[in-house]
Design a protein around this ligand. Structure first.
Ligand code: 7TS
Length: 417
């Protein structure tokens, strides 16, 4: 096993944190699990699992409905989780945080509820070539539905946005919305969202930030970013699936039509007319993922205790180490910007070997990585590939797992290239 400085300066003790995660107690194909796919979803610590169980066992009821004690307890837990989300992203007010089923639903909410009423012919919707499909397809679709023009900021050869293209884009029409991820799931690029938000506002546009890949690994401050909406999921930051958040400026949310219609989001309903409730409830129709939201709050507590800055630093050290190790694998091409410009994600291809074959060879040794287009087909087209392999790190990733990745890649090269 190679010697390296990864553990020496790290403020976070990944080996110790790992003990919080029951998943690592099992072996895969007779080997300890090396889980290098946290960008797709992160594992759950006991603290979150215990919280879910305790909530169901002691405080569970539907929220905002009963006047009985149990419902009040559940409501307090649910609203407490909303406050945790708000603090986590430095939102000015908790009522600006809407619980959704995840980043995808959060972005669809904005694209439909804001987009259908605010876009039309002559308007321009701007995304980037680096978006996950969930921040690309809804905008492309709503642009088509409304007659707006759809533009994508291109990438340079390092996987960075080409901001010099903005002038040309501004000449296409009235820029009304700019949508970008803060961290790319495919390359790890940390995008210049603050600059894009300033540019969007100069154009009279809103700035929508997909923080699905940023929130687990990179401190977020919506006020500093200067954005208007921000979306992320719980499951990528050690929380339960099926819950996420949308933050939006109160003024915008109040002016928007609802997205889902039904129970709990109304003020009054009659045969003639229905009026909407206050935010955030206007956007939370039906029974919410209540326990999941409470678990989301527990996950935020967990990663806040560890420290998001410490997580980012830990991942960067692993990234630098991984890039060194991967550079020694014959025929390997790695994509993405310099380590200081990205999160703990490495995308690469082995010359002449299909990414799925690489991932299968690694799996034989208990190493889990992702292979595919990562829901970023426009980016794959730009890179001139159909798919890549992707390894991604989190707070529980240890350098030995990177060593096992590198060993597996040497093996894949020998067997298949
Ligand atoms: N945006 C980004 C940048 C993402 O990475 C993902 C999921 C999403 C949005 C959607 O999040 P969801 O929780 O609503 O599904 N990312 C990935 C991935 O990297 N590989 O598969 C899904």
């Amino acid at each position: 096993m190679a010697e390296m400085a990864v553990t020496a300066q790290t403020k976070l003790d990944a080996r110790k944190l790992r003990a919080d995660f029951p998943i690592f107690e099992q072996e895969v194909r007779g080997k300890p699990l090396a889980y290098l796919d946290s960008a797709v979803s992160a594992h759950k610590p006991r603290q979150v699992l215990d919280k879910l169980r305790t909530f169901y066992e002691t405080s569970y009821a539907n929220v905002h409905r009963g006047v009985y004690t149990l419902s009040e307890l559940a409501t307090a837990e649910y609203e407490g989780a909303r406050e945790k989300v708000a603090r986590f992203i430095n939102a000015p007010a908790a009522r600006e945080v809407i619980f959704t089923h995840g980043a995808t639903e959060s972005i669809n909410l904005v694209a439909y509820a804001w987009g259908l009423d605010n876009l039309g012919p002559g308007d321009v919707v701007v995304v980037t070539e680096l978006e996950h499909h969930s921040n690309f397809v809804p905008w492309q679709y709503i642009a088509k539905r409304t007659g707006a023009t759809f533009e994508a900021i291109p990438l340079d050869e390092h996987g960075e946005l080409r901001l010099d293209a903005l002038e040309d884009i501004a000449r296409v029409g009235n820029v009304k919305v700019v949508a970008n991820n803060l961290v790319s799931n495919a390359l790890g690029t940390i995008n210049p969202v603050e600059r894009l938000a300033a540019w969007a506002h100069e154009q009279g546009a809103i700035m929508v930030v997909d923080a699905a890949q940023a929130a687990p690994h990179h401190a977020i401050d919506v006020q500093q970013l200067g954005c208007d909406f921000l979306a992320f999921s719980s499951h990528k930051l050690c929380g339960p699936t099926s819950v996420g958040a949308l933050w939006g400026r109160a003024g915008l949310l109040e002016a928007m039509a609802p997205f889902n219609l039904g129970g709990h989001m109304i003020r009054s309903v009659s045969l003639e007319e229905t009026t909407w409730g206050q935010i955030p409830f206007k956007f939370e129709a039906g029974t919410q993922p209540i326990a999941e939201a409470v678990g989301f709050g527990a996950a935020i507590d967990y990663i806040t205790d560890v420290g998001v800055d410490a997580i980012e630093e830990h991942e960067r050290e692993l990234l630098v180490y991984a890039l060194e190790q991967l550079a020694e694998v014959p025929g390997l091409t790695a994509y993405g910007p310099a380590p200081e410009r990205r999160a703990g994600i490495v995308s690469f291809n082995l010359d002449g070997v299909h990414p799925h074959d690489v991932a299968q060879i690694l799996d034989m040794d208990g190493v889990a990585i992702r292979a595919g287009h990562h829901c970023c087909q426009p980016l794959m087209a730009k890179l001139g590939v159909a798919a890549t392999n992707r390894a991604s790190f989190y707070l529980y990733t240890i350098p030995e797992e990177v060593d096992r990745l590198a060993e597996g890649l040497h093996k894949a090269h020998k067997l298949l290239a």
